[in-house]
Design a protein around this ligand. Structure first.
Ligand code: MLC
Ligand code: AMP
Length: 508
């Protein structure tokens, strides 16, 4: 059908053109061609429809990275339904909220998760629960295997949601960002072009596929290009070093690059076929950029984005400088401004909140019209919560965040959520959670608490008490017990003072 805005309708054209060329290269575990991928997606789409999944329905998945997982994503789009991936680190306790909010028709989890989720599944009215294991097997894949591969791609309008991605809120509950087909397709096309994808490009894919970076940015650009992907289920520095000589493009969070640099045997030679290293999701330190260039001969291309707006800026691929510590220019078709709290645009070079407008900007938060309204200006600009400057020539530098957010190894952690859990623990008076510089994760979660009652609060006990309640990447790597938290005259906890006091925690 013509004019179908469904992103899958666009992707399947390149799948058809790419035919028997390799989509996924799993090393010893084999290869999957674009033609085989198309068949599997068709089968999966028929399996989803056998559970009643149709346009507008949510499909929630908390599964490990696998080809079956990618097929599930693509098949959900093919059916016109909304894909809702969840970080595999989330605990069963955390999942209850997402299920109640998203009300998926179908939930896909590993078998060993089913029991713990029974209550939440019932309460949320989830109609079917199917399994998918780390190797891609499970009841859903079994069902898909016996299905026909023919399946017509559902017709979708540009602003129909394709995905629902939860982002934690500075205060309170997580918000589901509704990402439309147009958001995805416009961003994919722009990046494919801007980053100079060429026939024969090979993408090393070692990112998780439950977030924007691995699921959209990396997969979509490779798919549009009909590229081969060297597909790894996670970032293992040794495997990545082994595979780099076969790759031309890699996308990663800064931790990927600091881990490569930490290896003495990482050399220019491994990067001989590389064309492009992209970094994003968290700030790349200028010293990492510099050290990487010295060692590999490549200037990492840093770009900036977020769940609600996909990719927003990028350093130039060609025809300009990649400047360390800056995130480059607004991508084509995207408008940016730096504004004060009242939304008044500031002069070049002034620090304010970055606001963004364009076809990349999401439709709004799922079932939260007030929250959505709060974060948009009347003229359609979305308020990112990142503090930035825009230079005369349009170059953007992210200088901080107005949102109280910690980014650890590319995963976002909202202090409020951790503080709420800490405050419920026996023996803790009050708590403040801060992000501190960390050599591996960039920033790391640290808690500062006061003790009440007869039992003194103890670091190890506190961390183990949080285990099971919060995903492990959110757990404080250190807990400090203090007599009192510093407060200003208004009674507000002075986190800057705490960050300064404990700044050297992870040094050396
Ligand atoms: C794992 N751990 C972390 C962590 N990742 N702790 C803090 N921060 C993290 N990011 C913990 C685990 O809980 C475990 O602790 C221990 O570290 C080892 O776990 P692991 O699974 O072996 O970790 P590892 O594989 O080394 O993972 C590190 C990582 C990974 C950096 C490779 O976190 C990663 O792939 N991050 C990428 C995140 C990402 O894709 N972000 C994009 C978001 S989209 P324990 O206690 O259990 O032993 C976005 C928009 C944009 O931001 O602009 O792109
Ligand atoms: P998420 O909500 O997980 O999509 O995370 C988005 C946030 O990551 C942004 O709002 C920024 O704070 C941060 N971010 C992404 N890329 C960069 C970058 N290159 N430099 C600094 N911060 C970044």
């Amino acid at each position: 059908m013509t004019n179908n805005a469904n992103l899958f309708a666009i992707l399947e054209q390149t799948f058809a053109r790419s035919g028997e060329s390799i989509a996924f290269d799993l090393g010893q575990e084999g290869q999957i061609s674009y033609a085989a991928l198309s068949r599997r997606v068709g089968q999966m789409a028929n399996a989803l429809e056998s559970f009643g999944v149709g346009p507008g329905d949510r499909v929630t998945a908390q599964v490990e990275k696998s080809i079956a997982n990618v097929c599930l994503y693509l098949a959900t789009m093919k059916c016109g339904a909304i894909y809702n991936p969840l970080n595999t680190a989330y605990t069963a306790a955390e999942l209850g909220y997402f299920l109640a909010d998203a009300e998926p028709r179908l939930l896909v989890v590993p078998d060993n998760r089913r029991g713990a989720l029974e209550g939440a599944v019932r309460e949320a009215g989830v109609q079917a629960v199917e399994t998918m294991e780390a190797d891609g097997g499970g009841s859903l894949t079994q069902r898909a295997k016996v299905m026909e591969s023919g399946h017509e791609t559902a017709f979708r309008q540009p602003d129909d949601p394709a995905a629902l991605i939860y982002t934690s809120g500075t205060t309170g509950r997580s918000k589901g960002a509704m990402i439309t087909h147009e958001n995805l397709s416009s961003n994919a096309r722009v990046l494919h072009d801007y980053w100079g994808f060429v026939p024969g490009d090979v993408l090393l894919h070692a990112l998780p596929v439950f977030h924007v970076h691995g699921l959209f940015v990396a997969l979509h650009t490779a798919f549009l290009n009909g590229s081969r992907m060297l597909w790894r289920s996670r970032f293992d520095v040794e495997e990545v070093m082994r595979l780099l000589p076969e790759a031309t493009v890699m996308m990663g969070v800064p931790t990927f690059y600091t881990r490569l640099l930490a290896r003495e045997d990482f050399t220019r030679d491994q990067c001989r076929s590389m064309r492009l290293f992209v970094s994003g999701s968290a700030p790349l330190l200028a010293e990492t950029h510099q050290a990487f260039q010295e060692r590999s001969g490549h200037r990492i291309l840093e770009r900036y984005g977020m769940t609600e707006a996909g990719m927003i800026t990028s350093n130039p691929y060609q025809g300009g400088q990649r400047v360390a510590g800056t995130v480059g220019y607004a991508l084509p078709g995207i408008s940016l401004r730096v504004a004060d709290e009242g939304g008044r645009e500031l002069a070049a070079g002034d620090i304010g909140t970055l606001e963004v407008r364009g076809p990349n900007v999401f439709k709004g938060y799922w079932r939260m019209p007030e929250k959505t309204a709060e974060e948009f200006r009347d003229d359609g600009y979305f308020i990112t919560g990142d503090m930035a400057t825009i230079a005369e020539d349009g170059r953007v530098s992210i200088v901080g965040r107005s949102k109280d957010l910690i980014i650890s190894g590319g995963f976002n952690v909202y202090p409020k959520e951790i503080e709420q859990e800490l405050d419920q623990l026996d023996g803790i008076g009050e708590s403040a959670v801060i992000g501190l510089a960390h050599p591996d994760f960039g920033e790391s979660v640290v808690a500062v608490v006061t003790s009440v009652g007869s039992m003194p609060a103890n670091e190890a006990d506190i961390i183990s008490a949080l285990d099971g309640r919060l995903a492990r990447f959110k757990l404080p790597k250190r807990v400090f017990v203090v007599d009192a938290l510093p407060r200003n005259a208004m009674g507000k906890v002075q986190k800057a003072e705490l960050r300064e006091r404990f700044a050297r925690t992870f040094e050396g």
